[in-house]
Design a protein. Structure first.
Lengths: 122, 291
């Protein structure tokens, strides 16, 4: 939860990703309370409505759940769910831009595959 | 929930029109940012909304009640003005202590404990005259008044002017603390847009006496992009889009783009697409015709 906000993405998307990262790294554990939107707002000096928007995206996905009057909690199986989601988005998020850059540099698919294979041997 | 509604506000000073027909609706429980160039009419608008200055034409109402000379409404308002450092009369000539005493009697819901705590934290010398303080210290006095007023609708005019970066960050923290605890409505004008952008739930851009836009800050920024690359490619990619602030260097061209709500970026062009910050968007929208 202590990453720094950047200009490149919407703030609430970054809030979502930071909570996800903390879950993946066991900084936030399943069934544990996550910081409240007010706490997030103060920490990052952002509007609480923006923080809430990020948190609510995770609630909609079932990664966090609400306990009335207490706060937001990490759902059981959240870690696995985030991993699966990121795997599914891996092509869009990483491979597509990799292929575009390779194409503009004239790197063939074969060369690309070779690079990946070599990296695996290292 | 309360609503502050301004309709058709015109303000004329002599022959000069400062505001030409401003319509604005502010809901309670939000932090609004008011941004605009020097002379855009920000201070005039704030002073009219808070009934410290009569509009030439138009109305301001809180939940249907006129604001002008209406103590029932005005007890919920605080307009913490920018204080002059150079003036030798009025508030500027007072000692900080005297100014705060007047504020304490004027504001119905004044919280002396908050005022004392902030005075101490900021290290404001209460015995000094306001026009003997540094610019940053003067701003801090206006911040103390705004926060301690506990007014439901609080308006701050350039609260961070002259504050160093650490004091500015502390101000936003204090503001958010107060906001999350009380849900008070804040309207804040500022020229330091970049660092305040994330604090504002909604942003109001005032340009030459007119409201250019009023929108949820995050939703606005989701429509704002910078597109650059080969001129022909950029032109093709942005043909259908609202384009601002073109810049060219040789064959290269960059433009700011504001998508219409629901519109998406065209795909398949060899261009760089970057997100625009609120400050860059403001420059693109308000810095175009005149420098």
């Amino acid at each position: 939860m202590n990453e720094i906000l950047t200009q490149e993405k919407s703030i609430y998307i970054q809030i979502r990703e930071m909570i996800e990262n903390d879950i993946l790294r066991d900084i936030l554990l399943e069934e544990e309370r996550v910081p409240s939107t007010n706490e997030l707002a103060k920490l990052y000096a952002i509007n609480p409505a923006t923080a809430a928007k990020g948190v609510n995206l995770l609630v909609d996905e079932g990664i966090l759940y609400k306990k009335r009057g207490i706060g937001m909690f990490v759902a059981k199986g959240a870690k696995r769910q985030i991993t699966e989601k990121r795997k599914k988005n891996f092509y869009e998020d990483y491979v597509k831009s990799l292929l575009a850059e390779a194409k503009s540099l004239g790197i063939s698919r074969q060369e690309l595959v070779e690079m990946i294979r070599q990296d695996g041997d290292r | 929930m309360s609503k502050l509604t301004a309709k058709g506000i015109v303000k004329t000073y002599g022959k000069k029109d400062v505001l030409h027909g401003v319509d604005l609706e502010l809901e309670s429980g939000k932090i609004y940012g008011l941004i605009g160039r020097n002379g855009a009419g920000k201070t005039t608008l704030l002073s009219i909304l808070t009934a410290q200055n009569p509009a030439t034409r138009g109305t301001v109402e809180l939940d249907g009640q006129p604001v002008w000379e209406n103590p029932k409404v005005l007890e919920h308002f605080c307009f913490s003005r920018e204080l002059s450092q150079t003036s030798t009369s009025g508030a500027a000539a007072m000692k900080v202590k005297e100014y705060l005493e007047i504020a304490a009697t004027y504001f119905e819901h004044w919280d002396q404990a908050t005022a004392d705590r902030l005075i101490q934290e900021f290290g404001i010398e209460k015995k000094k005259r306001i026009n003997k303080l540094s610019k940053g210290m003067v701003s801090m006095v206006t911040i103390v008044v705004a926060l301690a007023s506990k007014a439901e609708f609080t308006f701050l005019d350039e609260p961070v002017a002259g504050l160093d970066v650490i004091a500015r960050e502390r101000f936003y923290q204090l503001l958010l603390e107060e906001f999350t605890q009380t849900g008070r409505t804040f309207v804040i004008s500022t020229h330091i847009i970049e660092e305040a952008a994330d604090v504002f739930e909604e942003v109001i851009m005032l340009d030459e006496g007119q409201i250019l836009l009023k929108e949820n800050t995050q939703e606005l920024l989701e429509r704002a992009y910078h597109i650059s690359g080969h001129e022909e490619e950029v032109d093709a990619a942005t043909k259908e889009l609202e384009v601002h602030h073109e810049e060219k260097l040789g064959r290269s061209k960059g433009v700011a783009v504001l998508l219409a709500p629901g519109q998406t970026l065209p795909q398949g062009y060899d261009v760089s697409v970057q997100k625009l910050s609120l400050q860059k968007l403001f420059v693109a929208l308000c810095g175009e015709e005149h420098v």
